[in-house]
Design a protein around this ligand. Sequence first.
Ligand SMILES: *Cc1c(COP(=O)(O)O)cnc(C)c1O
Length: 371
Amino acid sequence: MTGRPDPAPPTPAPHAPATVAVHAGRVPRTPGAQVGAPLEFTSTFHAGGATVYARDAQPTWTAFEEALGALEGGEALVLASGMAAVAAALSLVPLGGVVVAPDAAYNGTHATLDDRAARGELSARRVDVADTGAVLAALPGADLLWLESPTNPLLQVADLPTLLAAARERGIVTVVDNTFATPLLQRPLELGADVVLHSATKYLAGHSDVLLGAVVTAATDDGRALRERLARHRLLHGATAGPMETWLALRGMRTLAVRLERAAANAAELARRLADHPAVDRVRYPGFGAMVSIDVRGDAAAADRVAAATELWVHSTSLGAVESQLERRRAIPSEPHTVPENLLRLSVGVEDVEDLWADLDRALRHSAISA
Ligand SMILES: *Cc1c(COP(=O)(O)O)cnc(C)c1O
């Protein structure tokens, strides 16, 4: 004993994202305290404390928001669904404002822009987000740049650093829907985005059992000012995330890194094999992530036959789950017409890749034969 106070413990090294996904947003390590996140069902709280009413703040939200914020490198707000997050982000557009948006992206985003444009609330300039020059040319006079990358379902990739920097120079607010990439593959705030958006329903939650959404803003003064406006929208529009959904999504997020690693490896292998398949005209695969779209040789009916013939792949809308899913997107009436009729979107899951291939290959051959 020297009588000197103990030196302060060294600052821990920043952890890798896979570690952050497991550990961020946990309660302090107090002896006897629970290890997992709290799950609290209450609409109100005893007066005089930090939490007042559950439309404003909830303990279960805090855990999820801390974890997603840590992964994206910002501060997150959880909302009732991805579409609630879309509505919150679009609330940043002033009345009569101009939005530059992808000509093919998530159809709910398209439909919202169309509805709001029809009411005269905003106007939308549609651009091919893979054409950097076209996006840059559409920016003058815009209020908000909406990007999705890779896009749903064409899997086009936008040059985020260039586009976000150009928008920032002009004072245009930028939103990046990061649902397909996840923060493990792309962190838009670091590339200059103002708002990152997630349908947490997809990869973050990952098990086809919840609807949930989120927005993330930078931990800066400007970011916090935006977050205030988004939080106010959440509060006043009642886009309230349920505690059970939030808890399940956080539980799902704990395994995001391992799920995505396996799913992405499966997707890379399937994309490689599909490129040589006689029943496939075109493979759309950005080279990362676990989404692959294919143009089936033939028409919409041929693609429908494939979707109906798989036994392992689940024929259903949605994506990002442990189970592999497929869907002909144009079967949905609101899907943009820039999406080919014969396109099947494949959300590759974490099953054994040989089983996935055998099922898909059989369905594709069956479709070609029965044509
Ligand atoms: C599913 C999805 C949404 C909407 O999310 P919900 O949770 O279904 O409301 C938004 N953006 C993208 C890219 C999506 O895939």
